[in-house]
Ligand binder design. Structure first.
Ligand code: HEM
Length: 218
């Protein structure tokens, strides 16, 4: 075999490596970046209907709207397939080894299932249904009314965004290892602290927006 040809085993290993990194990279950007921006934009709910509508549901150009959704929904679909495949291969051993790292491994997968259910429902109820069935984007008064008067909606948003905040914060910290960061014991401790700080920040933004919508609901 010449120095430039690759064996079938090398090709398989390369494919597995690319697939493994692809799921991670897509989850961080554009998906993770977009989720943080989306949470930030929703905080406009504190400034009332017009500000929220301008910041969350209005796109300056229909093409920009279409590109945004391709850039978000395609990585989400790919990351979901990637994540489900990894979850099916996982063999949690938390009963035998009660380490914190093992708990995080399990919670990453449990939160993924919660995020899948929440994001699916959220995409249908807040994005597609208003546009396809009612002929307009989600209205501030409608979502604020639901948040205020329909307790299941409030609970689902609180728990769903808790799942997203944990999954993203923990995912950012654990995926650093894939890029050679956080490989020593000390840096792993630092990554644990980073995950906690990110969790508090993301949850603060998400629950802040939920509170602002609840407060504005009649
Ligand atoms: C809001 C949507 C989501 C975001 C922003 C997101 C973000 C992330 C990030 C940043 C990671 C770390 C990457 C890594 O571990 O290499 C990750 C890991 C993971 N995600 Fe997601 N994710 C989302 C939705 C989902 C969904 C819907 C599923 C599947 C049902 C899923 C399953 C997983 C799994 C199983 C892991 C762990 C992979 C591992 O540790 O080997 N994620 N996610």
């Amino acid at each position: 075999m010449s120095a430039t040809t690759t064996s079938p085993e090398q090709n398989t290993a390369l494919r597995q490596f690319v697939w493994s990194r692809l799921g991670t990279v897509l989850a961080l950007a554009p998906l993770g970046v977009w989720v943080v921006l989306h949470l930030w934009n929703n905080l406009a709910a504190f400034q009332g209907a017009e500000a929220w509508q301008a910041s969350v549901t209005t796109h300056r150009h229909p093409v920009a709207a279409a590109i945004t959704w391709v850039v978000v929904l395609l990585p989400l679909a790919l990351h979901t397939v990637w994540g489900l495949a990894r979850s099916l291969k996982a063999r949690p051993n938390n009963a035998r080894y009660g380490y914190f790292g093992n708990l995080r491994f399990l919670l990453q997968r449990v939160s993924a299932l919660g995020v899948l259910g929440f994001v699916g429902a959220h995409l249908w109820l807040a994005f597609l249904r208003p546009r396809l069935v009612e002929g307009h984007a989600e209205r501030f008064v409608d979502i604020a009314h639901e948040m205020r008067t329909h307790p299941p909606t409030l609970v689902v948003y609180l728990l769903g965004t808790l799942g997203v905040a944990f999954h993203l914060a923990n995912g950012i910290a654990t995926s650093a290892m894939a890029f050679g960061i956080g490989t020593t014991q000390l840096s792993q401790k630092r990554m644990e602290r980073l995950a906690l700080v990110l969790l508090v920040v993301f949850l603060g933004m998400a629950w802040g927006a939920v509170y602002a919508l609840y407060r504005a609901g009649v």
